[in-house]
Design a protein around this ligand. Structure first.
Ligand code: ZN
Ligand code: ZN
Length: 342
């Protein structure tokens, strides 16, 4: 099969022919139909962390089942279209039985992070209990959006979001935009996005943001108050750079809530005294459960949420490596998908 293969830190991915993956008896083999490029993969390919030459990344993908293992869980048939939860798990432990808490299954192996090849390929393995059927109304491209949407859905679910709440979203990358969409879906009254890139502020509006702030040009606290009529009840930190947790503590109302979704790889400093004085609730939200995939696919299928505006373009294998490199530079692209044109 063809795949975009990691050949070394900082090198462009190489499009190569490699052997088809061989699923275990309790797994499925999926023909990948759409596979989103995630910012995490851009960082991994530069640092080489977790990867070794020959690794195939890609953890945001949809596909069509082509083979069903003899011990597969569930009643799967070749030809069925699915969104894939990018983890191979046991399906029996406390974490797996808790709504499919795949990150914390002791035998979890992630797809697309070095150990097991992922979705930047024509075929991929998938856990037979960790795929969700796509209804006809959900395209392959939207199927590839389910994974990042679930990170955002889980984050919003982690917040105690009351109807009419004032919400600040820091950062309008794919996760911040997903949080914007789900916060509105869950009844937030004001969802204001703080984002430096003008194109992403516009995208936020398309996904339901009620306002947008340019933190490079405006004082965020007063701009938020003007937009929403008071300080934020909930702040979602969706960037992951040092200083933003303190920024969120400064901005949130007393007894307000901060949900950290951004992945900060460096040490950070923030004032516990200030957080204590405001009696802030500070939560960290990691990944999702399998049940979020079913929820997100259900809402996409019913047309209750529409993240299409986040998809900037689709590329094929011939254009994939260049598109992947281009995403490392600041630009107007949001989500780029390997797969069929719209
Ligand atoms: Zn991702
Ligand atoms: Zn398990």
């Amino acid at each position: 099969m063809r795949a975009a293969v990691f050949t070394g830190a900082g090198k462009p991915l190489a499009i190569e022919r490699i052997p088809d993956p061989v699923p275990e008896p309790d797994e499925l083999l999926v023909r990948v139909t759409a596979s989103g490029i995630c910012g995490t993969d851009l960082h991994l390919s530069d640092s080489g962390a977790m990867l070794s030459p020959g690794s195939v990344m890609g953890h945001e993908f949809a596909g069509e089942i082509v083979a069903v293992g003899a011990q597969a869980r569930g009643d799967w048939r070749p030809g069925e279209r699915v969104a894939v939860v990018p983890n191979l798990v046991c399906g029996r432990c406390v974490a797996c039985l808790d709504g499919g808490d795949v990150m914390y299954c002791p035998s979890a192996r992630a797809l697309g992070f070095g150990e097991i090849p992922g979705g930047y390929a024509e075929y991929a393995r998938a856990g037979s209990g960790e795929v969700v059927r796509l209804p006809e109304s959900v395209s392959d491209r939207l199927g590839a959006m389910v994974e990042p949407l679930c990170v955002a859905l889980h984050a919003v679910e982690n917040a105690d979001l009351r109807g009419g709440a004032r919400v600040l979203v820091i950062g309008a990358g794919p996760i911040g935009l997903g949080v914007t969409l789900w916060a509105r879906f869950h009844g937030a009254g004001h969802v204001v996005v703080s984002e430096r890139a003008a194109g992403r502020r516009e995208l936020a509006a398309a996904l339901g943001a009620t306002g947008a702030i340019d933190p490079g040009a405006q004082d965020v606290a007063s701009a938020f108050e003007r937009e929403a009529g008071g300080p934020p009840d909930v702040v979602f930190e969706c960037v992951g750079v040092p200083g933003l947790i303190q920024h969120a503590i400064d901005l949130v109302r007393p007894r307000g809530e901060i949900v950290v979704v951004g992945v900060c790889m460096e040490e950070d400093r923030w004032s516990p005294q200030m957080a204590l004085a405001k009696a802030v609730t500070l939560r960290f939200s990691m990944a999702y459960r399998v049940r979020h995939f079913a929820q997100a696919v259900g809402m996409l299928g019913a047309g209750r949420v529409d993240p299409s505006a986040m998809i900037s373009r689709t590329v094929d294998f011939d254009g994939f490596s260049a598109a992947f490199e281009a995403l490392k530079q600041p630009g107007s692209d949001c989500k780029v998908i390997l797969g069929p044109a719209a």
